[in-house]
Design a protein around this ligand. Structure first.
Ligand code: ADP
Ligand code: ASP
Ligand code: MG
Length: 413
């Protein structure tokens, strides 16, 4: 029988959430081993294990050392990798589990959000050539001196795509608890529709804006290496969504998907003098402590006085507000106000480039329901609006139907 060369499959937390689920995954992997010469499987930790491990670390210290923290929270993946290898052996499939470091995954010398630098594939290739299915623990790699570093929450997707690139695979299957990428989170809107395909650029925007179905860096890496991502369910045999170079869909509708992010907070520094260097000073201080700033709006008041408003992750609010207050004091600004009662809605679509009036339509839909827009930011293929949190779900539903995302492509509107 003709066999394809190599496939990389990644199974997420719910997919390996119990021994029964791991046995089901083993059956699926066994089927793939009949179709492919080489199979590499990347696993996440079982269910909520990573959250539980983080909780355990916090019971010992409110600020555990970053090395020990990573050493601890990486272990969830080791458990699921070994269990899957045992499950495969049990049904007669030769298999071996490898931790990230054993698999040759090398990271930067940073903990908790290290980037993967490269994969030394010698060990994996050796095991594959001996006919083993190789099960790799996702979410982790080794720093230069061999310590374990983790690569950011949700990072197992990226582990899988990096391995696919290093091993020359054309496709990487991401098995999760939904059967593909939808027009919005199907757990928020039941009439969200599944996309057959989506372009890398659109998927990257959606993932970066909070659609957690894929880790943003996994999409970036797939695009760089032209690897097709097939996002599908581990609970069914259905075809999922293929993330690939520009798809046909972009020309069919202007908006491809919508995200809702309720995890940001807003900070405004009021009445600062309109002088060169002020924004540089504020945002350098924030960057120095690794606080990511998302939207930034400067509004000019009269007499060379400005207000600067920006958003940060809600977890960073207290620290960011303290830094902003210190800068405000130095500059003689009038004050600093914060607000975590906000939600960011973003519409994403390559089709926006060629279709005028999409932003206007978004603003009108919100305006018609009396929903005030506090901040706006745009890129070529996305428009984001910050609104009050209490309107978040209503606004998402309104926009989803206004842009006809509840209708399958090709079906009459
Ligand atoms: P895994 O543990 O398999 O990595 P995640 O929980 O990280 O799974 O990602 C899958 C979840 O992503 C889904 O359960 C769904 O609620 C959420 N999600 C958010 N936006 C989307 C979207 N546009 N399409 C599909 N799922 C989405
Ligand atoms: N287990 C890790 C997390 O919960 C990585 C992942 O699931 O991708 O973030
Ligand atoms: Mg995930």
């Amino acid at each position: 029988m003709f066999k394809h060369d190599i496939i990389i499959q990644k199974y997420g937390g719910t997919s390996v959430g119990s021994p029964e689920r791991i046995k089901a995954v083993a059956q699926r992997v066994a089927q793939s081993a009949k179709l492919y010469k080489h199979v590499v499987v990347v696993v996440s930790a079982m269910g909520d294990t990573t959250d539980d491990l983080i909780g355990l670390a916090k019971t010992m210290s409110s600020s555990p050392s970053s090395r020990e923290y990573d050493q601890l929270i990486s272990t969830g993946e080791n458990i699921s990798a070994s269990l899957l290898a045992i499950g495969l052996q049990e049904i007669g499939v030769p298999a071996i589990s490898l931790t990230g470091p054993q698999a040759g995954v090398k990271t930067e010398n940073i903990y908790s959000r290290a980037k993967i630098l490269r994969v030394d594939t010698g060990r994996i290739k050796c095991e594959l050539s001996e006919g083993q299915v190789v099960v790799v623990a996702g979410f982790q790699g080794a720093t230069e001196n061999g310590d374990v570093a983790t690569i950011g929450r949700g990072g197992s997707d990226t582990s899988a795509v990096v391995l696919a690139a290093a091993l020359g695979a054309e496709e990487c299957e991401i098995y999760t608890d939904v059967d593909g990428v939808y027009t919005t989170d199907p757990r928020l809107i039941s009439d969200a529709t599944k996309l057959t395909e989506i372009s890398y650029d659109e998927m990257l925007e959606l993932a970066s804006l909070g659609a957690k179905v894929l880790h943003p860096r996994s999409v970036e890496c797939a695009k760089e290496n032209q690897i097709i991502l097939h996002v599908r369910s581990s609970f069914s045999q259905e075809e999922g969504t293929r993330v690939k170079e520009d798809s046909q869909m972009e020309i069919q509708r202007a908006v491809t998907g919508i995200t809702l992010n309720q995890e940001e907070a807003k900070i405004a520094i009021l009445k600062v003098p309109d002088q060169p260097g002020i924004a540089g000073k504020l945002f350098t201080r924030l960057a120095d402590v690794n606080i990511n700033v998302d939207m930034i709006i400067q509004s000019v008041e009269q007499d060379h006085i400005n207000n600067i408003t920006f958003t940060v992750n809600a977890d960073d609010l207290a620290q960011a507000a303290a830094i902003t207050q210190a800068v405000a004091d130095e500059l003689g600004a009038k004050g600093v106000v914060t607000d975590d009662n906000i939600a960011k809605l973003s519409i994403v679509g390559v089709g926006m480039i060629s279709k005028a009036g999409i932003a206007a339509q978004m603003f009108e839909v919100l305006g018609a329901k009396g929903i005030n827009i506090q901040l706006i930011s745009t890129s070529e293929i996305k428009i984001s609006c910050v609104i009050e949190k209490q309107f978040a779900k209503e606004a998402l539903v309104l926009l989803h139907s206004a842009f006809e995302l509840d209708q399958k492509i090709g079906s009459p509107s």
